[in-house]
Design a protein around this ligand. Structure first.
Ligand code: FES
Ligand SMILES: [Fe+2]
Length: 420
């Protein structure tokens, strides 16, 4: 249980809020790379942390990310003309380059004289891992990008989907570190959901035990389940401070990264990335990715899943009676159905929860976030942005004899897999 005050600290991300300031210390993914075309292509609307921006690629092929609203009379620059290394507002013709400098004020006689003083805000932006990343924080604190290897893998090693969903960012992210839910929400009535790539141990033992460690990059979350009479199945997921989770798959399967961008307090973008850092995805894996279970089907031309709140996630009550736990087809849609409305207005009130030992991971993550936010409010910068190299971690799933220590066993498994 969390106090209402602490809950508010965690969920609000707009300009000037403590958690908003925390997010503004990290590189954040704001769009898919595929949303931006070549030089002088159409501008892209970006919304993040309760603010609006416009993203474009200029004539020289460089990316620019500007405040969405023209400094003259606040027209949205998305309507702008992307021409000759700048974005020209269509209301009265003012033009801004990728650095935010105003280079033309053609609608008044004093334009030439004032243009230098009417520039707009521009933000560092880069392309990485199939996404466009931006940094919205103080210039002198700009961190290196996280060393997370999946962002360096070539496109062939990755399947990525962007979903715009309702619900506060934190409750969606908490779903990722809630290991016990997979045995229920994501199950078939007689075991694993077909096509879900979830370890069968999750259905043999539905009450996992946790070993949780605070790490430089975030929190390491090991869930232990019985696997037959003599073994444990271990699933080690990684939570990357402050907003991403790496989720293990069985060996040789791509693992999942869920990265969540708070659009505002009640809306979230989920980048769901399925990656095998070591090799390209196989044809079979791509077929599974497109089968509508691991990734939901989308309404063409949008970032909205076909199964959504307006149609009750296309729940099939007969399927729920006879075959699956929820009657909802895709794993992310199952998550969305329960998470999006954990509280009125899409924000969960954590002061009303009754937590148990199954929620230890969630408790640890909230603690890390709160400790850092409170420190930042007292003027102490978070340590994570200074150590992006620590983010070079993977999630992993393996089985060990019950008497083997987790860390020793993990080391042995990693060595064995590296030699294969
Ligand atoms: S509002 Fe953009 S030029 Fe006037
Ligand atoms: Fe889930």
């Amino acid at each position: 249980m969390l106090s209402r005050e602490d809950n508010e600290l965690l969920v609000r991300v707009g300009p000037g809020t403590p958690m908003g300031n925390m997010f503004r210390r990290f590189w954040l993914p704001v769009a898919l790379a595929s949303e931006v075309g070549g030089p002088d292509s159409e501008p892209v609307k970006v919304e993040a942390l309760g603010e609006s921006f416009v993203l474009f690629r200029n004539t020289d092929g460089e990316l620019g990310l500007l405040d969405a609203f023209c400094t003259h009379r606040r027209a949205h620059l998305f309507w702008g003309r992307n021409e000759q290394n700048g974005l020209r507002c269509v209301y009265h013709g003012w033009k801004f380059d990728k650095n935010g400098e105003c280079v033309d004020v053609p609608n008044c006689p004093e334009g030439e004289r004032i243009k230098k003083s009417v520039g707009t805000r521009a933000f560092p932006v880069m392309e990485r891992g199939g996404m466009i990343w931006a940094y919205f924080g103080p210039k002198e604190l700009q961190p290196k990008p996280p060393a997370t290897e999946i962002f360096d893998a070539p496109d062939s090693h990755r399947f990525i989907r962007k979903m715009v969903i309702k619900g506060n960012w934190l409750q969606h992210m908490e779903g990722d570190v809630d290991s016990s839910h997979i045995s229920f929400l994501h199950s078939g009535l007689t075991g694993a959901l077909p096509g879900s790539a979830i370890n069968p141990a999750a259905f043999e033992d539905k009450a996992p035990r946790w070993i949780i460690k605070q790490m430089d990059y975030g929190v390491r979350l090991a869930a232990q389940r019985n696997s037959g009479p003599d073994h444990y199945s271990w699933r080690i997921n990684q939570w990357l401070f402050p907003f991403a989770t790496l989720i293990a798959s069985p060996q040789n399967w791509p693992f999942t990264a869920n990265i969540r961008l708070p659009v505002d307090d009640e809306t979230t973008i989920q980048f769901r990335v399925w990656t095998n850092p070591d090799q390209p995805l196989t044809e079979e894996q791509l077929k599974i990715a497109n089968a509508g279970v691991i990734f939901p089907e989308m309404i063409p031309g949008t970032f909205t899943p076909k199964a959504n709140k307006s149609n009750n996630y296309l729940i099939d009550r007969e399927d729920q009676k006879l075959r699956t736990y929820t009657g909802i087809k895709a794993i992310p849609s199952q998550d969305l159905a329960v998470i999006q409305d954990q509280g009125y207005g899409h924000i969960a009130d954590r002061s009303l929860e009754k937590l148990t030992s199954s929620d230890l991971a969630i408790i640890q993550i909230r603690k890390r976030l709160l400790d850092n936010v409170k420190a930042l409010m007292a003027g102490q910068e978070p340590p994570e942005p200074k150590n992006m190299e620590a983010y070079r971690v993977r999630p992993i799933d393996f089985v060990l004899p019950r008497d083997v220590d987790l860390d020793d066993g993990e080391r042995a498994v990693l060595q064995k897999r590296a030699a294969e």
